[in-house]
Design a protein around this ligand. Structure first.
Ligand SMILES: [Zn+2]
Length: 381
């Protein structure tokens, strides 16, 4: 006969065994390669690279088929300076049989970066070439190859890659024009005027109103003493890119001065202001112009126009004081300068919350807007 206590005790034992089994299985489940990999990605996101590195190593040790983990591991190693190991890993992954094409392209991209980090641009270029063979539309493959060529000063080869890239991404000719304008400028600096002109021509062929080509082609003409041509190019900047007009003011001033037509600068400024009323750089340039000519009243008018739009403009404020002092109007000059000092002082006493950018002129420990603590103390030591 079975004693009465046997049944409950047996039931408890069975229950304990089940709990233990479930717990074991659960512990086992925590350590699958997939969960390790996810943990590694989380660590990467959290910025804990050394933990991510350990987890990735463990992941690939348990599952050598996790190609994404291998590639990430290599990249992390490269970023930590272990370029040789990174290279071996990425190369090994890229030549795996039956690897899917996206993973292979990723491995090749990383391998190209490994070689670049080693300073081995030949191998980097060859790797990118293989990448392009696999995928004719691989943007990185063109971009990175162009950059490598540019670093080597091989502008023609770089341009070929840039042209291919433009076909892939399908943008307008602006980027290619800027490239050609840049190379033209390099040629001009080397004293190769003919080569420079060809590049500028190509720039205008890609973008008929290329801003950099107008600037640099004008510079070349100016260098060669062809003032009128230089002025034409630079005035085209104003015609077609009025928002960048100020980049040609210095250039036009020199050229008109050499040509004995310095007075034409007023027409230029007027033209810009008619299209961009209140343009601050233009009004400042206009003030300079009148002040140099000794027309202080006109200079004051230009500066005052800036202050009408923005009474807080500090450069205009102090400029006004200078002009009034030069006019001998001490009272107004003193008041303009005192005003400037006061504004400058107030702006320096302003503290800005590092969390919400709330401004205050008191030292606070808690931000009244966002509730952040000690957010105004970032500059105090
Ligand atoms: Zn705040």
């Amino acid at each position: 006969m079975t004693p009465g206590w046997i049944v409950p005790v047996a039931a408890v034992v069975v229950l304990l065994v089940i709990v233990a089994l479930v717990a074991t299985r659960k512990r086992g489940a925590r350590a699958t390669p997939t969960s390790l990999y996810i943990e590694a990605l989380d660590s990467l996101l959290a910025g804990d690279e050394s933990r991510a590195l350990d987890l990735l190593k463990e992941t690939v040790r348990m599952d050598s088929g996790n190609v994404a983990a291998y590639i990430k591991l290599g990249t992390l190693l490269r970023e930590r300076g272990e370029v040789g190991r990174a290279t071996r890993i990425h190369r090994e992954v890229s030549i795996r049989p039956r690897i899917d094409s996206a993973a292979c392209e990723l491995a090749l991209s990383e391998l190209a970066l490994d070689y670049t980090a080693q300073g081995n641009s030949d191998k980097a270029v060859a790797t990118l070439e293989e990448l392009r063979r696999r995928n004719r539309k691989h943007v990185f493959a063109y971009e990175a190859a162009a950059q490598l060529m540019e670093e080597r000063g091989e502008w023609d080869r770089a341009y070929e890659f840039r042209k291919e890239l433009q076909k892939v991404v399908g943008d307008n000719g602006e980027a290619l024009a800027a490239f050609q304008a840049f190379v033209g400028r390099e040629r001009a600096l080397e004293g190769d005027a003919k080569g420079a002109r060809e590049h500028f021509k190509e720039a205008f062929r890609r973008d008929k109103h290329s801003l950099p080509a107008y600037l640099f082609a004008g510079d070349l003409k100016y260098q060669q003493g062809k003032l009128e041509d230089a002025i034409d190019h630079w005035r085209n900047v104003i015609r077609h890119h009025v928002e960048h007009a100020r980049w040609v003011y210095g250039r036009l001033k020199k050229a008109y001065f050499d040509a004995g037509q310095y007075g034409k600068m007023v027409d230029i400024y007027e033209e810009v202001l008619s299209r961009r009323p209140g343009d601050v750089p233009t009004l400042l340039a206009m003030a300079d112009f009148h002040r140099k000519k000794g027309d202080l009243e006109e200079a004051e008018r230009s500066v005052s126009r800036i202050l009408e739009d923005d009474p807080e403009d500090r450069l205009a404020g102090i400029y006004l004081g200078l002009i009034q002092a030069e006019q001998g109007d001490t009272d107004r000059a003193v008041s303009a300068l005192a005003d400037f000092v006061e504004k400058e002082r107030r702006s320096r006493e302003l503290l800005v919350c590092s969390r919400c950018e709330h401004e205050t002129d008191e030292l606070l420990w808690r931000c009244p807007r966002c509730g952040g603590w000690r957010t105004f103390l970032q500059d105090e030591s």
